[in-house]
Design a protein around this ligand. Structure first.
Ligand code: ZN
Ligand code: MN
Length: 492
């Protein structure tokens, strides 16, 4: 029964905090971590008679994002009040956008370099601006049951980005979120810090199950409370499993009695979702236009100007790296997903070393490993791309092998020196060709058994000779030892 074929239908709602210094409708600071209730004013706590004024920068950041997400930007957009009662919402309503959002009908392309799914465009239903609520703090320490409210976050600008229900698996959902976060980071519109709540995800999920000659849909569930992409992935997998089980136990269709949309929360500790409430219909919010705020207009010229200033976005950057540096798509994916500063370092390194493929390998393996060990960002990394480029050139010229070059990079990091100085410090010097030949001759004479193996075509036997050569002189290049030994054996 449980192996029934079904399709998982997923749509995501992402709330992202825009990186403004001040709130959406007042001049209170949006900085994170201040003493509770020190960043509030009559406007953001909804005192009667106070008047909101739109933050131009918040609108500009929202517009930039919407254009990057290929959305249609209407010329006219307005603000609406969304009424609901909750202790962290002092105004008694949220200022949001209802029927005339600032952008709609966009798309975002997702791909998987490992081929888990086909490259596809995910529709963006809409992206609109709204203000954030405050935070409830539940003190569950022994003997206490206080709940307190911090209104510092109240009024912080959010962009709500709603996808079409185009995602078909937890893998695709993760790819969508990863790409969206990357775009937001490249645009510099949000710090996307999930621990601080700068990027929050709600997922809508249900199943389409073939039944006879038609397809039935299970009731839609909105999963809230996920604070990492990993949690989103797990919650979706859990929820798909739970819905198919529920269908087999008691088949209830979407829209039929008992088949309404529900909200469930993700319990990260138990790795399950739990029912929270039946979802309000939008009529329950009694939306109406906010009489205190002016509508906003965006002309075609405004939108064109924003489009002209977007810069290179991740998808285009991947394509250009592949072309420019002759690296493969997978490598471009890894590099671009690390963020723009790392891509800049890679491009400088590729230019300095004249070898894109080698630069890409070194960045992905050694630089990322060192940054991880040092707990630093690429901007803090002590070895400049130009200095590392010199070292990579020496590898390309056959003056030093990869393994030894890694020691040199470590020395460059430790002593903040150039490649040349680091090689001197490690006692590395280029070994003379005639010295190499006599060393190989010596080794062959001392190892008749290996020579016999090599003559018999067992080419792997040369490895033992390389090992011995490196013991005698750590600066020899293994590739050179190998080719000289093989040459000498052939002449014997
Ligand atoms: Zn305020
Ligand atoms: Mn919202």
């Amino acid at each position: 029964m449980t192996n029934t074929a079904y399709e998982t239908i997923i749509g995501l709602e992402v709330h992202v905090q825009l990186q403004t210094g001040t709130k959406l409708f007042c001049r209170c600071s949006t900085s994170f971590g201040a003493e509770p209730n020190t960043q509030t004013c009559p406007v953001c706590i909804g005192m009667p008679g106070s008047l909101p004024v739109m933050n131009q920068k918040a609108y500009a950041l929202g517009l930039k994002t919407a254009v990057a997400l290929n959305c249609r930007i209407p010329e006219f957009t307005k603000w609406d009040r969304k009424q609901y009662f909750y202790p962290d919402l002092p105004k008694g309503y949220q200022i949001s956008q209802f029927d005339l959002p600032m952008s709609e009908h966009g798309w975002l392309e997702i791909s998987d370099p490992k081929g888990a799914f086909e490259t596809k465009k995910i529709g963006i239903t809409r992206a609109h601006l709204e203000d954030d609520a405050g935070k409830s703090m539940h003190d569950e320490a022994a003997g206490k049951s206080d709940s307190r409210i911090d209104l510092n976050r109240t009024g912080t600008p959010l962009l709500e980005i709603v996808s079409d229900p185009d995602l078909r698996s937890a893998d695709e959902a993760r790819a969508y979120l990863t790409e969206l976060k990357l775009i937001l980071t490249y645009l510099g519109v949000s710090d996307c810090n999930m621990q601080e709540g700068s990027l929050r995800v709600d997922a809508n999920i249900n199943l389409h199950i073939p039944s006879g000659d038609r397809t039935v849909a299970t009731p839609i569930v909105e999963v809230k409370n996920m604070n990492s992409f990993r949690a989103v992935e797990r919650a979706l997998l859990y929820e798909a499993g739970r819905q198919i089980e529920a269908w087999h136990t008691n088949p209830v269709e979407l829209g039929s009695p008992g088949g309404h949309k529900t909200t469930r929360g993700w319990d990260d500790q138990l790795q399950i979702t739990r029912i929270q409430r039946q979802k309000e219909e939008s009529s329950d919010y009694r939306f109406f236009p906010d009489p205190d705020l002016l509508p906003v207009t965006a002309t075609a010229d405004d939108v064109a100007a924003v489009r002209g200033q977007l810069g290179e976005l991740p998808a285009a950057l991947r394509v250009s790296l592949v072309k420019k540096h002759r690296i493969d798509e997978y490598d471009a994916h890894v590099l671009v997903n690390q963020g723009r500063p790392l891509v800049d370092y890679f491009e400088d390194l590729a230019a300095a070393s004249g070898d894109g493929k080698r630069a890409s390998n070194w960045v992905q393996q050694d630089i990322l490993r060192l940054l991880n060990e040092m707990g630093e960002t690429i901007e803090q990394f002590p070895v400049k791309a130009s200095a590392l480029g010199e070292l990579l050139k020496s590898i390309g010229a056959g003056d030093i092998d990869n393994t030894r070059a890694k020691d040199v990079l470590q020395e460059m990091v430790d002593s903040q020196s150039t490649a040349a100085d680091a090689m001197v410090a490690l006692g590395i010097e280029k070994v003379d060709a005639s010295d190499l030949e006599s060393l190989c001759q010596e080794l062959l004479e001392a190892n008749p058994a290996i020579v016999a193996d090599l003559k018999a075509g067992k080419r792997k036997a040369v490895g033992a000779l390389i090992g011995q050569a490196k013991k005698k002189n750590p600066n020899v290049n293994p590739a050179q030892i190998k080719s000289i030994c093989m040459e000498l054996v052939n002449k014997m």
